[in-house]
Design a protein around this ligand. Structure first.
Ligand SMILES: Nc1ncnc2c1ncn2[C@@H]1O[C@H](COP(=O)(O)OP(=O)(O)OP(=O)(O)O)[C@@H](O)[C@H]1O
Ligand SMILES: [Mg+2]
Length: 373
């Protein structure tokens, strides 16, 4: 599948973003966290939770990330190979893949912590070269899998230290806003060593927001967190997404990607696929209508054979009929009419949909099979 085919068309370009400015006042942010009801999320069988499509192009008419044929080798070991994709400004881009797939190495390469072996990349409008490293690092933030905080310093001292490394002039103001953004103002004077894992993740996220990054890299931000702490981090990311922050998110949590990301890429050393979760489901799987009737049909072939848009049908062992269709919306009314004409009592006619997990497992299983051959 070509990446271009999977690339959603976008609204007109929007200027770059000022994360901290866009987070607005702390009060408004807290209000968002506490009052805004959780948007309904259907992982398997629902519409895509992320329906808005952010603009692809930034102020200079360029995407936030342009990666072309990028490869990183450590000696004989290939961490990732010939990877190409683009990420638009304001997009939340999920980067999925099994352990050792090359996700963290990709993040470290794009974050200019290590040099690629070959290929090219442009990060926040700046080509990745040894010379450009400092300029790129000033425009991005990277939240690594482990927070890497100074445990004997307080939360505020940690942020001050990192604001100093960024040489931020208005450090105090930025620290206050970052703490407010992650709802940690009241823990500012606590030692980081005394914080729970989830709270440390939030401090790390606050640190990543200090410099108003044009691109925010989050490497498994919810790894090892309990459901409540995970939910808090999800809410923070969703809130950043609503404010147009460009986020590159690696994760093993497929429901997290499905819920938060506009598009996802699945990496397994090489890039297997890029697209919106709904597009990937459609491209990789046949679409089905599942038909439930009160009593088994006497002659299902007479009902389903020859119906427009129904390619084939079968009865599942548990009773329902599974109809392979090219367009469920077009097929369903004709199926309903045929059932009524046959005197059947319809209980339901519904599209049976695949989850992002199905997509992921299909691709990764294919790789396992290919390696066996
Ligand atoms: N500094 C290094 N030296 C040698 N090999 C490395 C180095 N860093 C990563 N690798 C190798 O590159 C491959 C990709 O590793 P990477 O950490 O990017 O995977 P990942 O997708 O982030 O995995 P996980 O889901 O477990 O975090 C692995 O085989 C890893 O052992
Ligand atoms: Mg990793």
């Amino acid at each position: 599948m070509g990446d271009d085919a999977a690339m959603p068309r976008r609204a007109p370009s929007r200027p770059g973003h000022d994360v901290m400015r866009s987070l607005r006042s702390a009060g408004a942010f807290r209000q968002h966290l506490e009052i805004t009801p959780e948007p309904a999320t259907q992982v398997a069988g629902g519409a895509d939770p992320v329906t808005d499509t952010p603009p692809l192009d930034g102020p200079e008419g360029k995407p936030a990330l342009v990666v072309e044929h990028l490869t990183k080798r450590f000696g004989d070991r290939v961490a990732f190979d010939d990877v190409s994709f683009e990420v638009g400004y304001g997009e939340v881009f999920g980067f999925l893949g099994p352990n050792g797939a090359g996700k963290t190495t990709t993040v470290r390469t794009l974050g200019t912590l290590i040099a690629p072996s070959s290929g090219s990349a442009i990060v926040a409008g700046i080509p990745v070269t040894a010379k450009n490293g400092p300029a790129i690092r000033a425009r991005i933030s990277l939240m690594p899998e482990s927070p890497g905080l100074y445990l004997r310093l307080t939360v505020a001292e940690n942020l001050k230290c990192f604001a100093g490394l960024y040489q931020l002039a208005d450090a105090r103001y930025r620290i206050d806003r970052a703490l407010q953004a992650v709802n940690l103002t009241d823990r500012a004077n606590d030692l980081c060593g005394s914080l729970s894992k989830g709270l440390r993740q939030r401090v790390a996220l606050a640190r990543a927001l200090l410099n108003d990054p044009a691109v925010l890299f989050l490497d498994e931000p919810t790894s090892g967190l309990d459901p409540v702490a995970t939910r808090e981090v999800h809410d923070l990311i969703a809130s950043l997404r609503e404010r147009g922050v460009t986020i590159f998110l690696t994760t093993h949590r497929l429901e997290e990607a499905e819920r938060l990301c506009h598009r996802v890429a699945i990496l397994n050393t090489t890039l297997r696929v890029v697209g919106r979760p709904a597009e990937l489901r459609e491209q990789l799987f046949t679409r089905y209508l599942e038909v439930r009737v009160r009593a088994a049909l006497g002659d299902p072939g007479r009902v389903f054979n020859g119906l427009p848009d129904v390619d084939s049908w079968a009865q599942e062992p548990s009773g329902p009929y599974r109809l392979a269709v090219s367009d469920p919306d077009a097929a369903a009314p004709a199926v309903a009419r045929a059932l009524v004409n046959a005197g059947a009592d319809i209980l339901s006619i519904a599209e049976s949909r695949h989850s992002l997990e199905d997509v992921y497992l299909k691709l990764v299983d294919e790789d396992v099979e290919a390696k066996r051959r």
